[in-house]
Design a protein around this ligand. Structure first.
Ligand code: ATP
Ligand code: MG
Length: 635
């Protein structure tokens, strides 16, 4: 019997038990069965939770890019590895086979080496969602350079801060990029960033928009002529299992971005295993994750996880709203997508639009639909489940983090019964616990607490680049001996987990701990409400009171605001309790969001408190202009 694929619920429980009782045996077997290693490990893992030191598959030698590509060439050489769907639907999609991928990544690897990139060097990749992004990432992995992909929506200052933090010696970018009806001058942003980055020696530039861009002598190089002259084969570097694979900065919802370092062997094993199980991927399937490769979701579940399984994975350059709100559904029909993985923020924005957009296209090919990035509210869950999944496709609500490398808590489709807004059960190998304020583990069910993981897993981040002390303090000191996720969760009567939001989003009102998610769920059920966010502010009697920021749908905008406030509070009273009624409700046209679509609550909190002095690092905000509007409208 293979340990790699979870077959049914009984098998899940059996595998889960094995993974807890005999973790060495469990991971040894999975790693042994499914990958190509130059040399096997001496030890499956070693760890020290106090010092935050972790090693997986110690002593093993491996190359992850070789496992993503070369390993498949015999059997799947002519299979499509990547479908590239351009921003403009009239531009033809590209089907890149595993053979093509091998040739392209080999060329890139040879070019990087010719340009002097060596094992352990950091390479910053700032590219739009085009195939070259995949080639560049995999070429780094192939030669043993550490990639640090920065989402190509970040500003010059956010980019230079990340480049300097990891001291990248090369930046890979393009002349520009397309996003909806906009053309973005990426090279211009890079030029501005590189004025402040003494560490960068070379900028390799890919052509995408063919706009004229200035090229700085001695620094900037067009990559295409180099690729044309490079050999289409390459001998992959032999890497230690614990050699660094990449640095990725967290999305920055809560403060100064952290450069999470991931290493090779454990990350490979865990992303492959979780991709296979969470998406129930089968050989002929076409899989699509709409995230950007600049986020961990794109790293683990557009590139590494799918390619390690020899899958067909889509790289989508565009946005859900261009040319119109049916783009996602049109792409699903066009490529007969079987697994579709997106974020609640995208679902909510599409649910606001007419249902005709969805119904125009056939979504019959879909087998599994997934969600990631933030808690999915009840209304969005049902909309997604009913209209996209047709109540037929299991909806996997996957909870995980940049730091965890791979999906931690999620239903396994066709195995774990789903429950709206619940990430449900931990995957094998993952041991979640809930902790109370006194740092005790909370036993039993129907409880809430702060979510920790009490045992290491293969793909956990190994450190914060250049700051192990911060890594230790942020994740391993709040609850000694455990990994602290920063998220709160509730465990229901059967042991299912629901992530209730970040722990610092719990607001204590008159001594009651209120999570923001259920209250926002109630508000969002009002037919005139599009989206909402609540925060606490100091109150003389209650300790804290609740302040709500509410975006109205077009239909709600003409309504009397005081009546709306009453109705919203009525809904909250009914669904959560009178204790959770909002003291103040401000109607806004938008909420401050990070570029990955998450609400930056610390700014809302400051505004509600009336403290306009210091909003902290806002360089990762998508819509900084909204901050002033909200400030001006403060109640
Ligand atoms: P930063 O750590 O810099 O503040 P971030 O936490 O937003 O940024 P990510 O690592 O991309 O950066 O996001 C992980 C977080 O997203 C989780 O800790 C959790 O709060 C939230 N999250 C992700 N998936 C889910 C999910 N399925 N349900 C609920 N919350 C989720
Ligand atoms: Mg985080």
């Amino acid at each position: 019997m293979s340990y790699y694929k979870i077959t049914d619920l009984e098998n899940y429980f059996k595998m889960y038990k094995k993974s807890v009782r005999e973790p060495r045996k469990f991971w040894d077997r999975i790693a042994d069965e499914n990958f190509t290693w130059y040399q096997k490990w001496d030890k499956v893992f070693e760890f020290d939770m106090q010092e935050a030191n972790f090693k997986w598959f110690t002593g093993a030698k491996v190359n992850i890019a070789k496992n993503c590509i070369d390993r498949h060439l015999n059997k799947r050489g002519n299979k499509t590895a990547i479908i590239f769907e351009p921003n403009d639907p009239s531009e033809e999609a590209q089907h890149i086979t595993y053979n093509d991928l091998y040739a392209n990544v080999s060329r890139w690897a040879n070019v990087l080496e010719e340009q002097g990139v060596k094992k352990g060097d950091r390479v910053c990749i700032y590219l739009p969602m085009i195939p070259e992004l995949a080639y560049a990432v995999l070429a780094c992995a192939r030669i043993g350079a550490i990639h640090s992909v920065v989402f190509a929506g970040f500003s010059a200052s956010a980019l230079s801060a990340r480049i300097n933090d990891c001291e990248a010696k090369m930046v890979i970018t393009s002349d520009g990029g397309y996003r909806g009806n906009k053309t973005i001058n990426l090279k211009g942003i890079v030029d501005e960033a590189l004025e402040k980055t003494p560490c960068v020696e070379t900028a390799l530039v890919v052509k995408r928009t063919n706009e004229d861009v200035p090229m700085k002598d001695g620094r900037d190089v067009w990559v295409q002529p180099l690729l044309d002259n490079a050999l289409a084969n390459h001998v992959a570097a032999i890497m230690d299992s614990e050699d660094p694979l990449f640095i990725l900065y967290t999305s920055g919802s809560t403060g100064k971005p952290k450069g999470m370092l991931h290493t090779t062997g454990g990350y490979m094993v865990y992303t492959a295993y979780t991709f296979k199980n969470v998406f129930n991927y089968e050989e002929e399937d076409v899989y699509w994750c709409t995230a950007d490769i600049g986020w961990i979701t794109g790293h683990s579940y557009i590139l590494y996880g799918p390619l390690l399984n020899g899958a067909t994975t889509i790289i989508f350059e565009g946005v859900p709203s261009y040319p119109d709100f049916s783009r996602f559904w049109q792409v699903i029909e066009k490529h007969k997508v079987n697994q579709f993985y997106t974020a609640p923020t995208a679902i909510r924005s599409l649910a606001k639009e007419s249902i005709d957009y969805v119904q125009k296209y056939s979504l019959n090919s879909l087998k599994v639909i997934g969600s990631v990035g933030e808690p999915i509210n009840e209304e969005a869950w049902h909309w997604y489940n009913d209209h996209v999944g047709s109540k037929r496709c299991p909806l996997v609500d996957t909870w995980w983090q940049t730091e965890t490398g791979g999906i931690m808590i999620s239903p396994v489709p066709f195995v774990t019964p789903t429950k709206p807004t619940y990430a449900s059960l931990p995957l094998p190998g993952i041991q979640p616990v809930l902790m109370d304020e006194l740092r005790n583990e909370i036993e039993g069910n129907q409880v809430t607490g702060s979510l920790c993981i009490k045992f290491p897993w293969p793909s956990m981040a190994r450190t914060i680049w250049g700051d192990h002390q911060r890594y230790k303090e942020t994740y391993f000191s709040a609850y000694p001996g455990k990994y602290f996720t920063g998220d709160g969760a509730l465990r229901d009567e059967v042991g299912y987990y629901r992530i209730t939001g970040r722990v610092d989003d719990v607001i204590i009102v008159s001594g009651h701990n209120l999570g923001t998610a259920p209250i926002e769920d109630a508000i969002n059920e009002h037919p005139a409400v599009a989206e909402s966010a609540i925060v606490g502010f100091p109150h003389d009697i209650k300790g804290n009171a609740l302040y709500g920021y509410v975006i109205l749908k077009e239909t709600g905008e003409s309504r009397n605001q005081d009546n709306l406030r009453k109705e919203i509070n009525q809904l909250i009273s009914e669904q959560v309790g009178p204790i959770a009624k909002l003291d103040k409700i401000q109607f806004v046209s938008g909420l401050p969001k990070t570029r990955s679509g998450k609400i930056m609550r610390r700014i809302l909190r400051k505004i509600a408190e009336g403290d306009f002095s210091n909003f902290g690092d806002t360089s990762t905000l998508l819509n900084p202009e909204i901050v002033n509007e909200i400030k001006d409208g403060k109640l």
